[in-house]
Design a protein around this ligand. Structure first.
Ligand code: ZN
Length: 150
């Protein structure tokens, strides 16, 4: 297997999310939606969320592609509920820092929960894009939402 160098526990978490993606539902009237792809690897991601009182209420995630991109998207979907958009942006910054090998505190990593499993992907530079795809996609969706809301 391709990622055999990854810690075994991390591998299990990634494969579990890949095989059983969370929040694989279609949201009919999302407040925020975005699609992203990583042509280099053939990954495709669709993220949709609904908002209520400034917090994320429902999350819908669909995609196809490699295990890293899909597991990352599933884990992202899993932590979004109940968060404000500012909180999501904070997590995005921490996740990006982790994936780029920048310094992150224990406390910050704790906020990422299972997503810390993706830290091992840093050993495979071409796969960092796969891990970041769903985050970059959601970021664009949030930006678009802010620009167009009244
Ligand atoms: Zn990929």
């Amino acid at each position: 297997m391709e990622f055999e160098e990854l810690d075994e526990l991390y591998q299990d978490i990634i494969l579990d999310h890949y095989r059983n993606p969370r929040h694989n539902i279609q949201l009919e009237a999302p407040d925020i939606q975005a699609e992203g792809n990583n042509p280099f690897c053939g990954d495709e991601i669709s993220v949709k969320v609904t908002l209520e009182n400034g917090r994320i209420k429902e999350v819908g995630f669909q995609g196809r592609g490699c295990s890293i991109s899909q597991a990352s998207g599933s884990m992202l979907a899993d932590i979004l509920e109940g968060k404000t958009l500012e909180e999501v942006e904070g997590l995005t910054a921490i996740f990006k820092a982790m994936m780029h090998g920048e310094e992150t505190s224990e406390e910050e990593l704790e906020k990422l929960g299972e997503l810390a499993a993706l830290s091992g992907v840093r050993q495979f530079p071409i796969r960092i894009k796969c891990a970041l795809l769903s985050w970059a996609t959601l970021e664009e969706g949030i930006e678009h939402f802010r620009k167009h809301k009244k």
